[in-house]
Ligand binder design. Structure first.
Ligand code: KG4
Ligand code: ZN
Length: 339
């Protein structure tokens, strides 16, 4: 392994779930292009179907990479490093991106940076947006998406300490399951937020996962509470109280996240917070965290949800594997951090 890229742009690929993503980023962390092709096909199933995701990645990959290069005004001649998500994620989906990245790096004899997806979410903060400065360590980072929810202490540009993680559902998954119980479409988070707007967040006292020790999260009990509440109200009354149910459910998730963040800030003495993952789009969560009195950094939404620019950002600060060694790299589905 050698140290990160010396010269040339970074071409990054991310295919850990259902979005086919490619990006071109400069060594200073400026985004030259960031292409995200979302596979809306899964919405009809109420979740991502791994086999369908892999097949679509295969179909979209070439066009997405080409689009990323074109939008950046670059060609493969300008690329000095290829970066790719190696895991965690859906293995079939990851393998499509990893194979494409290896192929591009091999024909150009370029090094490859095999990036951890969760490091990518943390590293999204290091990108320069609209000519601005990166949000550099030290900071506390909350990542809450459909696939993962964790709190990390970030002291350096590469690596982080996991302070807390969900013991069951991810926060976005909780939003999606709650939305489903309330008859809302997938993905549930944005629909549930909208449905909650006219509602009273204190109408129903859903559990806020306070039984979970330390800085870990748990959302599966909350989902069951909503199920019972809807059942006990009966169909007609549940429909009439729809906004209150949505608002109270959302409130429980937001409070669970915010209280752990507050506790983590206290315990670590950190006074800067970054938020990532799709749930960072949630208005009440942003408002609650912004009121904590610490500096809060939320990258633009396209950098909070899965994207390849964040993978390039991570690649700039980690060891890279030269050709042809990188041809032996494999994908992994779960992280060794217990996430
Ligand atoms: O990061 P992301 O795009 O993909 C994953 O890696 O999972 O996150 C998607 C998740 C979904 O569960 C979606 O319901 C949730 O983020 N989400 C939201 C909102 N927008 C997206 N949750 C709450 N409020 C929102 N406004
Ligand atoms: Zn993600």
């Amino acid at each position: 392994m050698s140290r990160a890229v010396a010269e040339g742009l970074v071409l990054a690929i991310e295919t850990s779930c259902d979005d086919t993503c490619a990006a071109v980023v400069t060594r200073d962390g400026v985004i030259a292009s960031n292409v995200i092709s979302s596979q809306g096909i899964h919405d009809a199933y109420g979740g991502v179907v791994p086999e369908i995701a892999s097949r679509h990645h295969l179909e979209l990959m070439d066009a997405v990479v080409e689009d990323a290069l074109t939008r950046a005004g670059a060609s493969l001649d300008d690329i000095g490093l290829v970066a790719v998500t190696r895991g965690p994620g859906l293995v079939g989906a990851l393998l499509v991106g990893l194979s494409a990245a290896k192929a591009i790096a091999a024909v150009r004899r370029l090094p490859l940076a095999a990036v951890d997806h969760l490091q990518g979410h943390v590293s999204a903060n290091f990108l320069r947006v609209d000519g601005g400065a990166p949000f550099d360590p030290p900071f506390l980072c909350l990542v809450a998406s459909g696939g993962h929810t964790f709190l990390a202490r970030v002291e350096e540009h590469h690596g982080f300490e996991v302070l807390g993680r969900t013991l069951d559902d991810a926060a976005g998954e909780a939003f999606d399951k709650g939305a489903r119980l309330l008859g809302l479409p997938f993905p549930g988070g944005p629909h549930l937020q909208r449905a909650a707007e006219p509602g009273d967040p204190t109408a129903f006292a859903f559990p806020i996962a306070e039984k979970v020790a330390g800085l870990d999260f748990s959302f599966s009990g909350l989902k069951t509470s909503l199920l019972y509440a809807v059942r006990d109200l009966g169909e007609q009354e549940a429909r009439r109280r729809h906004a209150d149910l949505a608002a109270s459910f959302q409130h429980a998730i937001v409070e669970a996240l915010a209280r752990r963040v507050e506790r983590a800030l206290e315990q670590t003495g950190l006074d800067r917070l970054a938020i990532g993952g799709g749930v960072a789009a949630n208005g009440p969560l942003r408002a609650r965290l912004s009121a904590l009195g610490v500096e809060v950094h939320v990258p633009p939404l396209a950098l909070c949800t899965d994207n390849a620019a964040m993978i390039a950002a991570a690649a700039l600060h980690q060891p890279v594997t030269p050709y042809p060694e990188h041809l032996g790299l494999d994908a992994y589905s779960t992280s060794d951090r217990g996430l």
